[in-house]
Design a protein around this ligand. Structure first.
Ligand SMILES: [Zn+2]
Length: 122
């Protein structure tokens, strides 16, 4: 677990109480009160990625991809604010989700086309 100086942002040695860069006294805790949070995967980013992967198997007119994209997008915003990690996962989930939405739309248009072509014969 890395600690950083509250004053200049320099990396602190373990258990050091004085910053070697600027000489400021720093508490042993450092400024990373949310370190535990930061080390964990963001749950929305993880959920979004999983839902987007599922959407590749079960498209459901792009609705599963839509859910995955929304979860991933929200997760990405949270990760950007420092709430957990998983930026790459969130971006991947977002891209896969959007891909699934487009595929869903394409399928619907394709189906409509097929039905209208069939309608000529009846
Ligand atoms: Zn410093």
């Amino acid at each position: 677990m890395q600690k950083f100086c509250e004053n200049c942002g320099a990396e602190l040695k373990e258990n050091s109480e004085v910053c070697l860069e600027c000489g400021k006294y720093v508490s042993k805790k450092g400024n990373n009160g949310n370190t535990k949070n930061y080390d964990e995967n963001n749950k929305l980013a993880l959920a979004g990625f999983i839902v987007s992967m599922v959407s590749l198997l079960i498209n459901f007119a792009g609705l599963v991809g839509l859910a995955g994209a929304i979860l991933s997008g929200t997760g990405l915003v949270q990760v950007s604010k420092g709430n957990g990690k998983g930026k790459g996962m969130a971006i991947a989930g977002l891209i896969i989700g959007i891909f699934s939405i487009l595929y869903g739309i394409y399928s619907i248009i394709n189906l409509a086309d097929t039905l209208s072509e069939l309608a000529i014969f009846f």
